[in-house]
Design a protein around this ligand. Structure first.
Ligand code: PDD
Length: 288
């Protein structure tokens, strides 16, 4: 199957797609990205992702090189050219190509690259049995709310998780507060049955899945609070799970060397996983 990328106005063979060595994304990680899942060719929660894309760009004073309406048309064309029903779309916008200088260049067109990949959904047994995670220091910069391409601290933490053969690393502040995962948001269910996740601020990325899960929980009558929790709260919680566009609602049954919920996937997590799958079905017709 042909794999096609979109690079600054052209649809090109993925294997040959390239950007200039002076692209500021390459030189300074001066850019942002989005990852949107699609099922049956339909983008999931597209409006929310586009809104976050716009916000990330605004925060860094980078423009979108094409009109928002044109972006939608290009994406449809790209998905069609890749002939893939289910998968993921990466949209990456950098400040563009300019002579190397920290100061923003003037009159430079931002660069837009989009690629399509296969769905990254976890294996069925990971949903059924839950996964293990570790905790790791959060060494990222202070604007974690911007979906920046600068992911060095995220990948270092994820690499440590991989080294320890676990699914994710939960990133922890110096005071012991858990911010989120290296590529996911973190939730716990307290022993009193309250769903907790870190509030929206500069410490976390405002995950689209996080937002959907909070809404689904409240609609289902599950009490939910956007309130920070510590490592010890998480280890002593009744349930824990992580969310993202690629992992949906993924149960966590072990944090470091402590079993959570006796090592079994909890009922609230199961319920939210089902509600999230129903959300995907309703928007895209895809049965997960
Ligand atoms: N990452 N927090 C971080 C640091 C993330 O990288 C992600 C997602 C999330 C969850 O956001 P959302 O629910 O909108 O996917 C939270 C994506 C999957 C990625 O980098 O590919």
């Amino acid at each position: 199957m042909a794999r096609i990328a979109y690079v600054n106005g052209r649809y090109v063979d993925h294997a040959l797609a390239s950007v200039h060595i002076e692209d500021r994304g390459y030189q300074f990680s001066d850019g942002i990205y989005e990852y949107i899942a699609f099922y049956n060719g339909k983008l999931l929660d597209a409006d929310a992702h586009f809104k976050r894309l716009e916000r990330s760009l605004n925060e860094l004073e980078i423009g979108l090189p094409v009109a928002p309406a044109a972006l939608g048309i290009i994406i449809r064309e790209l998905i069609e050219r890749n002939a893939r029903e289910d998968g993921g779309l990466y949209i990456q916008v950098t400040r563009g190509v300019a002579k190397r200088d920290h100061v923003f260049p003037k009159n430079v067109r931002p660069a837009l690259v989009m690629t399509i990949c296969g769905a990254k959904t976890p294996k069925p047994n990971e949903f059924a049995d839950g996964v293990k995670v570790i905790t790791a220091p959060d060494r990222r910069w202070g604007r974690r709310d911007i979906k920046s391409v600068s992911l060095l601290a995220n990948i270092m933490a994820k690499q440590e998780a991989a080294r320890q053969k676990v699914r994710e690393a939960l990133l922890v502040r110096e005071d012991g507060t858990i911010n989120e995962g290296s590529a996911s948001n973190a939730f716990i269910v307290s022993k009193a049955g309250t769903l907790l996740t870190h509030p929206l601020d500069e410490n976390i990325l405002g995950g689209i899945t996080r937002d959907v899960v909070l809404k689904l929980a409240r609609k289902a009558g599950i009490s939910a609070e956007e309130k920070a929790f510590s490592i010890s709260d998480a280890k002593n919680a009744a349930e824990a799970f992580i969310t993202s566009t690629s992992i949906n609602v993924l149960p966590v049954v072990k944090i470091d060397d402590k079993l959570v919920g006796g090592g079994k996937v909890g009922e609230v997590t199961k319920k939210l996983g089902e509600l999230y799958n129903a959300h995907i079905l309703k928007q895209t017709g895809k049965v997960i």
